[in-house]
Ligand binder design. Structure first.
Ligand SMILES: [Mg+2]
Length: 408
């Protein structure tokens, strides 16, 4: 078995998904077993593929069966800068090694990860409204409040039990616009929450509730779009609304604990953290009701350690999942094995060629994802199809419209 699992080659591949790029890591053993993972460079982390190119020589000649040994070796040689983009590269390697190891053993990854504790995973329809505003893909795209009404009905009619939405502004004709100063849209470094944002957010949530009906859970994601004062203002404004959770990101666990103490809704957070040590202060401070773990960033094996730490603090976890189908499958195996799972994120609105560039799409039934039992993650990129959609040169947060220059 040792020879069969010896790593002979490591490559990265990518393709366009029209508004960002999909990125894949491919690890091939001497006997031709291929382990895949998907990683991301669009969400504020350019350079993961470059890091992989610089460190992957250390994998050659090692066994995919020893993924934890390989991880510790890579941690040793990157320790002074372990998290961020480096951490994401290590997560990508770990995930591809898990896929290869499972394929060598001819088992689904969830068997390697301890064995599933559930056959299906409740999901929520994420970026509900935001993705359908991408006019190049959806017909008709969402341009105004009527589109918001329609997608809310679609969630209910298609059998989903939960949706997640974001902050939007509306103009006097009810035309919709995303509002995310945390990511520079608009450029507003104060990230203050003013009356218009509160008024438009309330209206947006009330319309979605009216159209989705009383049986669909509504989740709200505020990302990094405010500071403590603003987050608390939003929580006050939405106090009487029926929300499953309010999700937000702040890097100060005490600030988040303060926000949670002032919240009528459960608080979820932590999607940009890497490693148990970054999560721990949030648990110690009782800062979250649900800890969101990005398993493509962390690696699924390390994510299990984070989930175990959360469980010790009686906290449930939820995968951060807004990528391609391979990430969804990686997250599905994670969600299948962790006892302390709350719910799983997934994007139901997809671009047309997702069906071509992945060997298998996730299967959804009655608002649940069915855990796959094929060897490995249960889907992989189709290399011939990737070539049809070359990666975009200018994509991701780092290529958003330039901020206006200030007069000097
Ligand atoms: Mg989020």
């Amino acid at each position: 078995m040792t020879r069969k699992a010896t790593i002979a080659d490591v490559q990265t591949l990518s393709c366009s998904n029209s508004f960002r790029n999909y990125h894949f890591l491919k690890i091939t053993t001497e006997d031709g077993t291929v382990g895949w993972s998907e990683f991301d460079e669009n969400f504020g982390s350019p350079g993961v593929a470059a890091v992989l190119g610089m460190i992957s020589h250390r994998l050659i000649g090692q066994s995919v069966m020893t993924h934890e040994h390989i991880r510790t070796d890579l941690s040793n040689v990157t320790r002074p800068a372990l998290n961020g983009v480096i951490g994401q590269a290590l997560g990508a390697i770990e995930n591809a090694l898990l896929d290869a190891k499972a394929k060598v053993l001819d088992v689904p990854c969830h068997v390697l990860l301890g064995g599933k504790v559930r056959d299906k995973i409740r999901v929520y329809w994420s970026h509900c409204v935001a993705y359908r505003m991408r006019t190049e893909h959806f017909s008709p795209p969402i341009v105004d409040l009527e589109g918001v009404r329609q997608i809310s009905r679609d969630v209910r009619d298609e059998g989903y039990t939960a949706l997640k939405t974001n902050i939007f502004h509306y103009d006097q004709n009810d035309r919709i616009e995303a509002w995310s100063p945390g990511f520079g849209r608009p450029h507003d470094p104060g990230r203050n929450i003013e009356r218009k944002t509160l008024k438009d957010l309330r209206r947006h949530l009330e319309v979605m509730r009216d159209e989705a009906g009383p049986d669909v859970d509504i989740l709200l994601d505020l990302n990094f779009n405010a500071r403590t004062e603003g987050f608390v203002k939003i929580l006050r404004e939405t106090r009487d609304l029926d929300l499953f959770w309010v999700e937000l990101d702040t890097l100060d666990p005490k600030a988040l604990a303060y926000i949670r103490a002032h919240s009528p809704h459960p608080i979820s957070s932590c999607e940009t953290l890497i490693g148990v040590q970054q999560f721990l202060p949030f648990f110690q401070q009782q800062a979250v009701d649900v800890a969101i773990i990005d398993t493509p960033w962390n690696g699924v094996w390390q994510s299990l350690k984070i989930a175990a730490a959360a469980e010790a603090y009686e906290v449930n976890v939820a995968p951060h999942n807004f990528y391609g189908h391979l990430c969804t499958m990686m997250n599905a195996h994670f969600a299948a094995v962790v006892p302390n799972l709350r719910i799983m994120e997934t994007d139901i609105d997809r671009i047309a060629w997702d069906a071509e560039v992945f060997s298998h799409a996730p299967e959804y039934r009655d608002g649940h994802l069915i855990v796959p039992d094929r060897p490995g993650w249960g889907t992989e990129p189709v290399e011939a199809a990737l070539k049809k959609y070359p990666p975009l040169p200018l994509t991701g947060l780092i290529h958003r419209t330039q901020t206006p220059r200030l007069a000097s």
